[in-house]
Design a protein around this ligand. Sequence first.
Ligand SMILES: [Zn+2]
Length: 292
Amino acid sequence: MEELAYCGTSDAAALRSRLKRCGGEDWNFQFSCRTPACATCRGRYIGRQRRSAIRRFAGHENDDLAFASIVIGATAHVDEIGETFAKFRKDLRNVVDANRRHRRRWNGLEALLWLETDALSGDDYVHLGSDKQAQLGEMAPLFVRDSGPVWVVTAHGIIARPGIDYQEVAEDFRQRWPGTKRVDVRPFYAHQTKEQNLGHTINYALKHECRTHLGQFAEPWPVGWMAEYYSYLNRWSRGFQSTRISISPRDIKSTKAPSSTYNTSNVGELEPLPFIYSDSVFHTYYNWKDRT
Ligand SMILES: [Zn+2]
């Protein structure tokens, strides 16, 4: 929290004051700050998301589910992270809707994704693997920046795809988000239970560790970056809400008689939320390691 004082902006001050009250005696220990910067609140949030995902996907088999990761874009401006993610939400819904018009099997597709932000400096760039360098070069050609950071906006999460091959989903996403390894969709592991797969995916997607991965190494972000990022997030996102994307299946029967279960005109999003990272099964692909 001290780095927020160091940061000196009004956003940082607002976040600092919120974090200070979390679990404190001022509110009879009842106040939860619900900010992504708070380890306690993030831990609770991850637990809630895990329980809710297990309920949500209870009707699916392991085979119906997949892990998905999409590198959305890169920006040198911290306050463009939110709009980058919001645009992705719209684009993703358009991709799904377009498919539903032509292929009935896409009516059953569901998505539950969370924002993750990576950050790196111009100096870090030279230490990245060749794939990651190529990817960033495509998305952020003006990468060279002395002090950094460049913020890399990513979504990770779960796709339910009953009756759809995961490679079909990957191909369609790649058409919308082309470039070097920006899209990865892979089936859940058969040797793990659905609950284990969901748990690992959610831990991975939501454990925000603020580290830059360079080859075999991971360096913590400079405190100034953390303060800048979390201050921004506290201003932009309502708690964890804005950092999550949810797309529901389309209920075919209810398209004629709208049901209360699904909103068919605006398929999808409930409340959104935040993110990020772990040493789980998916680590090598998604961090800054070259995949050779
Ligand atoms: Zn808190």
